[in-house]
Design a protein around this ligand. Structure first.
Ligand code: GCU
Length: 462
């Protein structure tokens, strides 16, 4: 199972990263094949529930393929309008914060729940947090208290499925009180052997930021860091939808079209981590932020949208399904997200928009996901298109921030303050929505210093 989780990650990484993994063993190949068959069957069963017989295929992430995804800005905007986050379904304009909170925001949440990310069940059972180990150690010379934790989900409703959440917390050993914490959705595997030849995604040579790493940058400020392992409680593939926390809630049966997808499940785990922080005296639980890259950048923005206790977000290369505008024909498309490789991240209903419906039929777009985070600060991060590739659509992510601006402004805050795409390595960060494209690859690494400079305006050691 653990090895299955790890192998599945290899299937959907961006093209630019795939080449960096070593060759697969025959054992891994057969595991992957079995898992793919199970995923295909689940995808097909969802299509049948939706009465869909045919989907439009998405473009290829390989820039050299004949069906390569569009990377020409002049062809990116065939859709000319976006849903207005400040117009109610009845056509009335929202002009007060009260109407945003009481009327418009709930409408947007309902659309994301039903059509995009799926509904989180109301009765998800409780989690019992256990400290597995506590250690006084150092990270880059900084003395820390390192805690390994496991959150055990009460599975009495269906004991056949066990769900545990893996979490690591590090706080400065010399702290005199509770500290702010940034939590990362970690590309890390549960304890156990990694598949032969497996290496963690690495940014291309020459783009790795010099030390200190992100953890040490936080420690230097007297803050703590945490790493949550999403695949410990919900696998990153369709085959796993009848297991993990989603499977537990469905007692091992398949999802209904508006049931939650993997991104919302990962976000649920992030909320449970905050529950734990609220009980740990080392953490200032009123100052916890969330960070993630790529699929975990999507998870980070979804977590922030649905969890008001995250006070800041650092959303790395989240692309399609994250803050990138769906109605942009550039890089990855809705059709890719609806395919068997990625549909598990989303609600089953989302698949409809890859046939018979189109992206233009979506009742919401990603700027409204950013708007759900308002008025809390969000830093949108991307790598350089020349190094990271164009699949993630750096400008599409910038626009997700731009079009959320009016909601932040209605709530008395500032958006990006410009519609002009900034030069590489220039942070647009004068308001609550910030954006920066660094010069490296598929990583948040080089943007940590700029993020932390901006975060200083919002979080402090008390
Ligand atoms: C794939 C996928 C992206 C995702 C990325 C990642 O490329 O198409 O949507 O963000 O994997 O998680 O690295």
């Amino acid at each position: 199972m653990k090895r299955l989780l790890a192998s599945s990650l290899l299937l959907t990484l961006p093209f630019s990263l795939l080449a960096q993994f070593g060759p697969r063993t025959p054992e891994q190949d057969s595991l992957i094949a079995r898992q793919q068959r199970k995923t295909q069957a689940d995808h097909q069963a969802m299509l049948a529930q939706l009465n869909i017989t045919q989907l439009r295929p998405g473009p290829s992430g390989n820039p050299k393929a004949p069906n390569a995804a569009n990377a020409d800005e002049s062809k990116a905007s065939p859709y000319t309008s976006l849903p207005d986050p400040l117009v109610l379904k009845n056509g009335k304009k929202v002009t007060s914060a009260k109407d945003w909170w009481q009327k418009r925001r709930p409408e947007i949440v309902e659309d994301f729940d039903r059509e995009v990310y799926g509904r989180r069940p109301a009765n998800v059972p409780g989690v019992r947090w256990e400290v597995v180990s506590t250690k006084d150690t150092v990270n880059g010379g900084y003395p820390i208290k390192l805690k390994k934790l496991v959150g055990r989900v009460d599975n009495s409703m269906y004991p056949a499925i066990k769900v545990n959440i893996d979490l690591t917390l590090a706080t400065p050993a010399n702290a005199t009180g509770p500290v702010p914490v940034m939590m990362e959705f970690g590309f890390q595997f549960p304890a156990g052997p990694r598949p032969a030849g497996f290496r963690m995604p690495q940014p291309p040579a020459g783009t790795t930021p010099p030390p200190p790493n992100w953890e040490q940058q936080l420690l230097k400020k007297g803050w703590g860091y945490a790493i949550l392992v999403p695949t410990s409680f919900q696998a990153d593939n369709g085959a796993g939808l009848t297991e993990g926390i989603i499977g537990l809630m469905n007692k091992g049966e398949r999802r209904k079209p508006d049931d939650w997808g993997t991104l919302r499940a990962w976000a649920w785990g992030a909320s449970r981590a905050i529950d734990y922080f609220e009980t740990d005296k080392a953490v200032d639980a009123k100052q916890v932020g969330i960070e993630g890259l790529s699929r975990y950048g999507k998870a980070a923005v979804v977590a922030m949208a649905y969890e008001p206790r995250f006070v800041i977000g650092f959303i790395g290369s989240s692309g399609e399904g994250g803050v990138k505008i769906h109605r942009r024909v550039y890089g990855e498309q809705v059709e890719n997200l609806a395919s068997s490789a990625e549909y598990h991240w989303m609600a089953g209903n989302f698949i409809k928009y890859a046939g018979p419906l189109t992206p233009n039929d979506l009742p919401v777009d990603s700027h409204e996901l950013v708007a759900l985070c308002a008025p809390r600060p969000m830093f949108i991060s991307s790598g350089s298109p020349d190094v990271e590739g164009r699949w993630l659509d750096a400008k599409g992510m910038f626009l997700g921030g731009v079009y959320a601006g009016p909601v932040y402004e209605l709530l008395g805050k500032k958006g990006l303050g410009t519609t002009e795409y900034p030069a590489q390595e220039v942070a647009v960060a004068s308001g609550e929505i910030a954006y920066r494209q660094h010069s490296g690859g598929h990583t948040t690494g080089p943007n940590w210093p700029a993020f932390l400079e901006y975060a200083d305006r919002y979080m402090k050691v008390k």
